[in-house]
Write a protein that binds this ligand. Structure first.
Ligand SMILES: [Zn+2]
Length: 176
């Protein structure tokens, strides 16, 4: 969970212009929203951890989040999101972009999380590169998240600018 996920959503917007930005923002955090729902109904458990700026995150009680953050289920949710996007927008590319935005959440979590992301379900190997646990990793990942968000926003704004012209001066679509 963090602002970095939103960076992906901003960056993806030019590739899927038909999709409202808020949909992409929600897609980038879809796994966390699912996690929230699953914890509420009791099939997932958030763990307990301690954060120290010099030592990073120490896990006190491991989380159990296979339904929202397992690699297998994350791929399923991404496919579901892509499928819904296809039904709505009828475009393969748009569908693929939405699916990838959902899946990008898992990739970013994989980089920062301590190994609490199961490959399948509870009992299967758990992965996570654990940037949060390496020395000042929490600070580093915070900086990376903000950089990612800023990069995404810059990309989004840059790609938007040329279309901002209010008058449709040249109405001729380029043929071919
Ligand atoms: Zn997450």
């Amino acid at each position: 969970m963090g602002p970095g996920h939103f960076g992906i959503a901003f960056a993806a917007k030019p590739a899927a212009p038909k999709v409202p930005l808020w949909v992409l923002l929600v897609a980038s955090e879809a796994l966390d929203l699912l996690c929230f729902g699953f914890v509420t109904i009791g099939i997932e458990k958030v763990g307990a951890s301690q954060t120290d700026l010099s030592w990073g995150v120490t896990v006190l009680v491991p989380a159990s989040i296979p339904w929202s953050h397992g690699l297998f289920m994350s791929a399923i949710w991404s496919a579901v999101a892509g499928g819904i996007a296809y039904l709505v927008f009828r475009e393969r590319r748009t569908s693929a972009v939405v699916g990838l935005v959902v899946f990008s959440h898992w990739i970013l979590d994989f980089i920062v999380h301590l190994p609490d992301l199961p490959l399948l379900f509870d009992g299967s190997p758990k992965v996570g590169l654990g940037l949060w646990a390496i020395g000042a990793g929490v600070v580093i990942s915070g900086i990376l998240e903000i950089a990612l968000l800023a990069g995404g926003v810059v990309l989004y704004v840059k790609k938007r600018t040329p279309r901002k012209g209010k008058g449709k001066g040249s109405d001729h679509p380029h043929q071919g």
